[in-house]
Structure formats: structure tokens, C-alpha cells
Design a protein around this ligand. Structure first.
Ligand code: NAD
Ligand code: 13P
Length: 359
């Protein structure tokens, strides 16, 4: 059988970490996968040298994942189209604001038999309403797309500290069934490592909604922590946040399963880890202690990485405003108002109290 060619589109903090994980597995299963993994890099100069050439010679992503050795079968490529051209499995892993431009470039340039997995956390809000990123990829490229999401702070996974994740994939109607098509067994072989335990399920919507919205909740946690209000306040934000995440799922993606939020790594576990140590919570804490705007705090703290909650809270606000349902999601709306309209963070309890149906 011809082994699957695997590529990763993206090379940030999580992109490089997932590329490391899958390169270890393609090398470990040469009958199933071509060991060489191509990783598309949005190239930039680091002290005058191209990041692509640094990754390919030093085998480290010195900017986005410093001090982590990368497998030598992982090859950085600055050219998007040659990265994806021969791929059977395309793993998307970029900050989601860049996705539409990248997908438009890829149109007509991927194998029709390719399958995709999105590791992105966010939504696409546009003409089709609020869309999962996997559905956006599927529609635009006309290939099936699943998702990977979990309690996965990239630096911890990169250091091979044990964690769990959830992969969701639905076998497509045109499944080839000849042992040469992607199925749950192939995905488990691709992503599971001794330090990265994978559960494969079908609920793409559930894991994607949880993954996108917990970033907004984490901003709320960062605000109350930065104000010095402590753990109880942070737990209160997470309680309200989990309720709003589930409600959002049930309202707009009724195919998502409530069990996913409670039982999967991509559900409440990701909420907890992100609210403890993610970039979103750090940016929001810094906004509270420094008085800086979200974008200034992000630029000052993250060295080119992205806190996706800043964009996601705007997407959620725009969608809920269109539906005239802002009042149903008081925490999401409070975070948006703080980030974009200078509403005082101290107002959070009042804003939630006014409308919180879970009280
Ligand atoms: P990141 O935040 O490290 O972003 C930096 C990346 O963006 C770099 O590769 C950079 O080259 C790229 N970039 C900058 N400008 C660009 C442009 N104009 N066009 C294309 N690319 C550009 O990225 P990440 O941490 O890899 O996050 C990718 C996705 O994974 C996000 O949706 C994020 O929410 C999710 N995620 C992140 C983590 C984590 O711990 N970092 C964990 C789980 C999921
Ligand atoms: P941050 O983007 O807030 O770091 O969260 C990363 C993440 O998604 C952990 O699972």
C-alpha cells in the first residue's frame, strides 16, 4: 500500500508542536505514513537569517518554540503550494485570522482525495453565518475535514509532559474503504504518543465550539485575576463560561453533544488549562495590571504569537448581534465590551448578574 503523505500548514507555537508529534509518528509507522513531513512556514528573518533555513539546519523553531529539538524528518517549506501538493493528510494549524487567505491560495491545488484536520480554535463569521473552521475548510477545498482540540498548552506538549487530546472525524460518504483512506485508526496512529493520549470521536462541532469559546472565557478570568480578585472569582467566570459555551453549542450547532463538553479533553479540561496558564489569560491579566489595550498587551507579551480570544469575542459579538441574542450570553458580551469599548473590568460581576440565567 502507498503510505500517506502528511503535511502541516502553520509553524507557530502549536503548529510546530503538532508537527513534532506527527513527525515522530510518521517515522515510527513507515508502512502507514511517508516519514517525511512538510511544514509550511510563513517565513521571516531572525537576525538576518530565514526562519525556514534555521529550522532545517538547527532543527529548532527558535522564534515560536525555542529550545525544543525537532525531528529531522520534519522539513520546513516557505512555499505553501508545494507543501500541500502531494499531501494525503493536511493538518491546518495557524492563527485563524490567516485561514481565509491561505485556503484561497490552496483552492484547486490539493489532491481531491486529501483529508484535512483543523487544529485551529476560532470561528469564521461571514455570509454563511457562524461556521466551524473545519466546515469552512471542507466547503472551500471540497475535502473532508475533522478537528483536533484538547487541553494542550503547546509548550507542555512540546516538552513531552503527559496530556490528553480529542480528535474528531466523520467518515465521509465517499470513503474509499480500500485501506487507503483516512479513518479513526489512521488518525490515532498519526497523533497518539506516549505523552499525548488521543481519543477519537465524531463530534467535530462539540470540540470546535469548546476550543474556540474557552479563549473568550480565559480573557474574563485574566481580567478578574489581574484585578487581584483571586481564585474564587476566576472559578465563577469559568462556571458562567462553561454554561455559555454549552448554550452556544445547543443553539447554533444542535448536532454537538453535551457529553463532549464534560467528558472530553477538548471540553472542560481545555477550559481549565487555558484559564490557568494560556496566552489569553496572560494577556488579559496584563491588560488589567498595565491598563494597556488587548492588542498592545498581546504584542508586548507574546513575541508574534496570537491570543485568539481577542478576535473570537468580536466574531461571537457580531454573530449574536445579528441574531439579537447578545443578552443570552452576558459573559461573552462583557469580555467583548471590555476589549473593544473600554468598559471597566470591575463591571464584570454586574454585567453577568444582570442576565445570568444560571443563577
Ligand atoms: P501562534 O500564536 O504561535 O502564531 C504565530 C504563527 O503565525 C507563526 O507561525 C507566524 O509565522 C504566523 N503568522 C504571522 N503572520 C502571518 C500571516 N500574515 N500569515 C500567515 N501566518 C502568519 O500560532 P499557534 O500557537 O501555532 O496557534 C495556531 C492555532 O492553534 C490557533 O488557532 C490556536 O488557538 C490553536 N492552539 C494553540 C495552542 C498553544 O498552546 N499555542 C494550543 C492549542 C491550540
Ligand atoms: P492559549 O491560546 O490561551 O495559550 O490556549 C492554548 C490552548 O488552546 C490550550 O489548549
Amino acid at each position: 500500500d502507498t503510505p500517506f503523505n502528511v503535511c502541516v500548514v502553520g509553524s507557530g507555537n502549536w503548529g510546530t508542536t503538532i508537527a513534532k508529534v506527527v513527525s515522530e509518528n510518521t517515522a515510527a509507522h513507515p508502512h502507514l505514513f511517508n516519514p517525511k513531513v512538510n511544514m509550511w512556514v510563513f517565513d521571516e528573518k531572525i537576525d538576518g537569517e530565514s526562519l525556514v533555513s534555521i529550522i532545517n539546519t538547527k532543527h529548532q523553531n527558535v522564534k515560536y518554540l525555542p529550545d525544543i529539538n525537532l525531528p529531522h524528518n520534519l522539513v520546513a517549506n516557505p512555499d505553501l503550494l508545494s507543501t500541500v501538493a502531494e499531501a494525503d493528510i493536511i493538518i491546518f494549524n495557524i492563527p485563524h485570522q490567516f485561514l481565509p487567505r491561505i485556503v484561497q491560495q490552496m483552492k484547486g491545488n490539493v489532491k481531491p482525495t486529501a483529508r484535512a484536520i483543523s487544529c485551529l480554535k476560532g470561528f469564521e463569521v461571514g455570509k454563511k453565518g457562524v461556521q466551524l473552521l473545519s466546515a469552512y475548510i471542507e466547503d472551500e477545498l471540497d475535502i473532508p475535514c475533522g478537528a483536533l482540540s484538547g487541553a494542550n498548552l503547546a509548550p507542555e506538549v512540546a516538552k513531552e509532559n503527559w496530556s490528553e487530546t480529542t480528535v474528531a472525524y466523520q467518515i465521509p460518504k465517499n470513503y474509499r474503504g480500500d485501506g487507503k483512506d483516512v479513518d479513526h485508526r489512521v488518525l490515532k496512529a498519526l497523533f497518539h504518543r506516549p505523552y499525548f493520549h488521543v481519543s477519537v470521536i465524531e463530534d467535530i462541532a462539540g470540540i470546535s465550539i469548546a476550543g474556540a469559546l474557552k479563549n473568550v472565557v480565559a480573557l474574563g478570568c485574566g481580567f478578574v485575576e489581574g484585578l487581584g480578585w483571586g481564585n474564587n472569582a476566576s472559578a465563577a467566570i469559568q462556571r458562567v463560561g462553561l454554561g455559555e459555551i454549552i448554550k452556544f453549542g445547543q443553539m447554533f450547532f444542535p448536532e454537538s453533544r453535551v457529553e463532549t463538553y464534560y467528558q472530553e479533553s477538548a471540553g472542560v479540561a481545555d477550559l481549565i488549562t487555558t484559564c490557568s496558564g494560556g496566552r489569553n489569560v496572560k494577556v488579559a491579566r496584563f491588560m488589567a495590571t498595565s491598563g494597556k489595550s488587548a492588542t498592545d498587551a498581546e504584542a508586548e507579551l507574546l513575541n508574534g504569537q496570537s491570543a485568539q480570544g481577542i478576535i473570537t469575542c468580536k466574531e461571537v459579538h457580531e454573530w449574536l448581534e445579528t441574531c439579537e441574542l447578545l443578552h443570552e450570553f452576558p459573559l461573552f458580551e462583557a469580555v467583548y465590551q471590555i476589549v473593544y469599548n473600554n468598559v471597566r473590568m470591575e463591571m464584570i460581576p454586574d454585567l453577568i448578574d444582570e442576565l445570568d440565567e444560571f443563577r
